[in-house]
Ligand binder design. Structure first.
Ligand code: TPP
Ligand code: SF4
Ligand code: MG
Length: 349
């Protein structure tokens, strides 16, 4: 009698370090269905998988808020630290200085960053510490039931009908002015753009600041909100078509001369910014601030990569740190002996 054997299941598709995408996933989300933050988690999973980032090298840092909860929903194999509200920048700075081999991914909210955390945000941006800092921006404090945050637009309306009478903080303008070296804005509903920007962020060595408009379906997705899906679909104005070619893919990108700007990233990857309108130079800070101001005046939400600078030294370079991460140095090196202490005491006498 002939026997039939069932063929083995096909091996899962793996990335350049041999991991399937499953190894980049996290726990099941407890955020509201349709929350923009969930879409951002998905883009992080895809980008980290496609770039072949070893999950164990990533530290997921956050503050407090629905956005700050989201690191639980991606990259389970990575390290994670949920800090105090608005204090993620200082904890991240400490972690990166202790181990320079880690890849820091900071997830914050507009409240966590631009309200309680604005002082810490300012000092992180001016240091050019290697970190990918993401603001999941819904214009409200989602976790505490929808009060306006400091990124809410003047005249936008709460569900209760209350109008916002204060002007917003533009976190991208702030980050560019202060010294971040890769600054952009995207929309959680713009899958293609966000995906390319996330991969470029991974390739950058320095402070990346991405403000991602991420609608809160429960408290800020109604008529009168300027951070709703409908408003973003009607008002998003992309500055460029963003494409990214990682250094390990030998793809030549074709574009007509003068229609695109190519930025070579630290690892040799290419960020290609295809112009959709007039000339735009992403290495020009003044131009970036000007375009952002212009878009506010026109009532548009400008998205894209506003500023890239691959030349400024990072905080790690400035401190002239040892190549070996401080956290791995033996105590014999990090702990001065009794003679050193005695010498210091002698000098103080
Ligand atoms: C020191 C401190 N102050 C206030 C709070 C209350 N609180 C928790 S989350 C939050 C705002 C979160 O807003 P955001 O960062 O925009 O995150 P979202 O929930 O909108 O994603 C506030 C005010 C707190 N947890 N700790
Ligand atoms: S309350 Fe808003 S921000 Fe929080 S999970 Fe729900 S939709 Fe997202
Ligand atoms: Mg918020």
């Amino acid at each position: 009698m002939a026997t039939t054997t069932t063929p083995p299941p096909p091996a899962p598709k793996v990335n350049r370090i041999g991991l399937p995408v499953l190894e980049y996933k996290g726990g099941k989300t407890t955020l509201c269905a349709g929350c923009g933050h969930n879409a951002i988690s998905e883009r992080i999973i895809d980008a980290m998988y496609e770039m072949g980032v070893p999950p164990e090298r990533v530290i997921k840092m956050s503050g407090i808020g629905c956005s700050s909860k989201s690191p639980a929903y991606f990259m389970n194999r990575s390290h994670s630290f949920n800090s105090v509200h608005g204090r993620m920048p200082s904890v991240t700075t400490g972690a990166v200085l202790a181990n320079r081999n880690l890849i820091a991914l900071g997830i914050s909210g507009d409240g966590d960053t631009a309200s309680i955390g604005v002082g810490q945000f300012v000092h992180l941006m001016r240091r050019n510490l290697p970190v990918i800092y993401i603001i999941e921006d819904n214009g409200v404090y989602g976790l505490t039931k929808g009060q306006f945050s400091a990124t809410a637009d003047l005249g936008s309306k709460l569900k209760t009908g209350v109008l916002n009478d204060l002007p917003p903080i533009d976190t991208c303008e702030m980050a560019i002015t202060l010294g971040a070296t890769f600054v952009g804005r995207s929309f959680s509903g713009d899958k293609r753009q966000l995906h390319a920007m996330m991969k470029a962020a991974i390739a950058h060595n320095g402070t990346v600041m991405l403000d991602i408009v991420s609608p809160c379906v429960t408290f800020n997705d109604h008529e009168g909100s300027t951070k709703s899906y409908k408003y973003m679909k009607e008002h998003e104005e992309a500055l460029q078509e963003v494409s990214f070619v990682p250094h390990f893919e030998d793809i030549s990108v074709e574009y007509e001369a003068g229609t695109a700007t190519e930025v070579t990233m630290h690892d040799g990857s290419k960020l290609v910014l295809r112009k959709l309108e007039e000339e735009y130079d992403p290495s020009n800070k003044i131009e970036a601030i000007h375009r952002l101001n212009q878009s506010h005046a026109k009532g548009e939400v400008l998205t894209g990569v506003f500023y890239v600078n691959t030349k400024t030294p990072t905080f790690i370079d400035l401190l002239n740190m040892t190549d070996q991460p401080l956290a791995t140095l033996p105590e014999s090196v990090t702990r001065p002996g009794r003679e050193v202490l005695e010498q210091v005491m002698e000098e103080l006498r």
